[in-house]
Design a protein. Structure first.
Length: 126
């Protein structure tokens, strides 16, 4: 049986089974926004749907698949940037909310627009 003096001595010795205590070190990451191309857009704010259509029209010309695109706007509804979230197949574009919101958060967007461009069907119905 251990006496109180022996218990105190055992408590002061480092345990070999636990090892030395080392502080937890979490990895640090940096998320950045990179401009891939310069747009030819104007600095006017998006006030209605017709202005939004004019903004998105050049993004969708000549595409053969579905695309899901988000546009980040500042507090005065001027365009910060446009991001292609998903390029789908002929009839399907899979989108998850985190993929939509992440570029908007990185842009510090106060508002946003989204648009899905579907490929028009080339066959005619009877």
């Amino acid at each position: 049986m251990k006496t109180p003096a022996r218990l105190a001595a055992a408590a002061n010795r480092p345990s070999t089974s636990i090892g030395t205590a080392e502080p937890y070190r979490a990895p640090r990451y940096r998320v950045t926004l990179v401009c891939e191309t310069e747009g030819t857009g104007t600095a006017e704010p998006i006030r209605d749907s017709s202005t939004a259509v004019q903004l998105f029209r050049p993004c969708f010309e000549g595409l053969d698949r579905e695309h899901f695109v988000v546009c980040g706007l500042d507090a005065k509804h001027r365009v910060i940037g446009i991001n292609v979230v998903s390029v789908g197949s002929l009839t399907l574009s899979i989108v998850h909310p985190r993929e939509v919101l992440k570029p908007l958060i990185v842009m510090n967007a106060a508002a946003w627009l989204c648009r899905v461009r579907m490929r028009p069907c080339s066959r005619t119905l009877p």
